[in-house]
Write a protein that binds this ligand. Structure first.
Ligand code: MG
Length: 453
């Protein structure tokens, strides 16, 4: 089997160390050979975006593809373009999402706009290994710049929310684009929804000055302050490639991703009077609580947005998402969509009032998260050991081992790509969550210390 290039979010690396123009060119040929025909390409705002995009484009053309360059747009905007253009056989997004500016990445998009299936990535890896031969001069591809992908993406979102309700609510939002790919689409969306926007970090300068592009509470301190002092209805922040969105309440409180996931799930199920919601086993039980209360059903999957999207398609789900702010609205497309998430949350506050009140109405849960080093060769034996210990308890093996307690759960899960073992524990009170987290940490540590393999 070919060496694994693609991680959970495409191929990532540090520029001119492991992410080089040579890699871009060779991978571009492999991707071009896999897709054939017309291939869309776009990048986020990183300084290295043009270099990697040019290298991949050259590879695509060398094997005969027609390259459609959409410019600098969010990941969900190129996904939407690929999905809505039948003559386009696939897409390539140049992004490293929330990673620091020295990183960049190459991510492939299937013809239906979804993230490429693992088995297809394996085919591309195989072609990369072979090093695809170039076509004769008369068959090389061409490159066209395509304008307007960002605008049609925003227009589609506007058509999918209750615009009258949002427009007449005269909302004020503080918007933080992390100097990333949403610098154009996010302010445009708010203006089309008649939301008065105070926009910060909307300069596509490429080095992300302002704050790191992962939308954590720590990185969003300025947004939180401005939202509070401007008396805004909401604060909105995107990650670097704008497939994710996190929010700040009208009281200036950071909203964790599981809470916005729960609120949006509740809104979707209430509107339809039922339906299926898909989320990974790592999501808070507050999601299931509100979904069941509204008459719906939760389906759990392994961790990772492509798995969630795929399950949503298979089960005809009405909504899905992850606890990191990546939400999927099937009426738009089967992928995480930052702008759609912002528009839907604006619809929520236009209809229900204060976001803080909405957050306060959610059931309270406390989560304890731990991360331990774990050598890959000990993973399997460790999981067997943990299953043995919990043989008499109710468990779920969808991803790792989830032990279900009457008042919460613990999730024990080795990373598939790193030498890391994760322990999540959730309960109705912080003390219990922490106690169980510590209990499993001790068991894992003891096992790793005493067992050779
Ligand atoms: Mg992202």
């Amino acid at each position: 089997m070919a060496n694994r290039l693609f991680g959970t979010n495409g191929v990532r690396g540090i520029i001119n160390e492991d992410m080089t123009s040579e890699l871009g060119l060779r991978l571009g040929k492999a991707i071009g050979e896999f897709f054939g025909g017309s291939v869309a390409i776009a990048s986020d705002t990183r300084v290295s975006g043009d270099m990697i995009k040019s290298a991949v484009s050259a590879g695509l053309m060398a094997v005969g593809c027609r390259v459609l360059d959409l410019g600098t747009i969010p990941t969900p905007a190129i996904q939407y373009f690929v999905k809505t253009h039948d003559h386009v056989s696939g897409g390539v997004m140049i992004t490293a999402s929330h990673n620091p500016p020295e990183f960049n990445g190459i991510k492939c998009i299937a013809a239906d706009g979804t993230e490429l299936h693992r088995s297809d990535e394996e085919q591309i890896e195989g072609k990369y290994e072979e090093d695809v031969p170039c076509k004769p001069w008369s068959e090389v591809g061409t490159r066209d710049e395509v304008l307007g992908a960002a605008d049609s993406y925003v227009d589609a979102i506007v058509s999918l929310v209750d615009t009258e309700k949002i427009r007449s609510a005269n909302l004020v939002a503080v918007l933080d684009c992390a100097n990333g790919a949403s610098y154009y689409t996010a302010p445009l969306l708010l203006s089309k929804l008649n939301v008065r926007a105070i926009t910060i970090n909307a300069n596509p300068q490429g080095e992300f000055p302002g704050h790191p592009s992962e939308p954590t509470e720590e990185n969003l301190a300025t947004l939180i302050e401005i939202t509070k002092y401007a008396n805004a209805n909401i604060g909105i922040a995107h990650d670097g490639d704008a497939d994710r969105t996190v929010f700040i309440t009208d009281q200036g409180q950071f909203v964790s991703g599981d809470k916005s996931l729960a609120l949006m799930a509740e809104m979707a199920v209430s509107k339809k009077g039922g339906g299926k919601v898909v989320t990974p086993v790592s999501s808070s039980s507050m999601v299931e609580d509100v979904v069941v209360r509204a008459g719906g059903e939760v389906i759990y999957t392994a961790v990772g947005s492509p798995v969630v999207a795929r399950k949503m398609i298979d089960t005809d789900a009405i909504f899905g998402g992850e606890e990191n702010g990546g939400l999927i609205f099937p009426e738009q497309q089967y992928c995480r969509d930052g702008a759609m998430t912002a528009a839907k949350m604006l619809e929520y506050i236009a209809k229900n009032g204060s976001l803080q009140d909405g957050i306060d109405s959610l059931p309270a849960y406390f989560t304890d998260k731990r991360k331990l080093e774990c050598p890959a060769e000990k993973r399997e034996a460790l999981m067997e050991h943990l299953k043995g210990i919990n043989a008499s308890r109710r468990t779920d093996s969808t991803d790792g081992l989830k032990i279900i307690y009457p008042d919460g759960w613990a999730l024990l899960r080795p990373s598939g790509t790193e030498q890391i073992f994760r322990i999540y524990s959730e309960a109705k009170d912080a003390e219990t969550a922490e106690k169980r987290g510590a209990y499993y940490e001790d068991i894992v540590k003891d096992f790793l210390k005493t067992r050779k393999t």
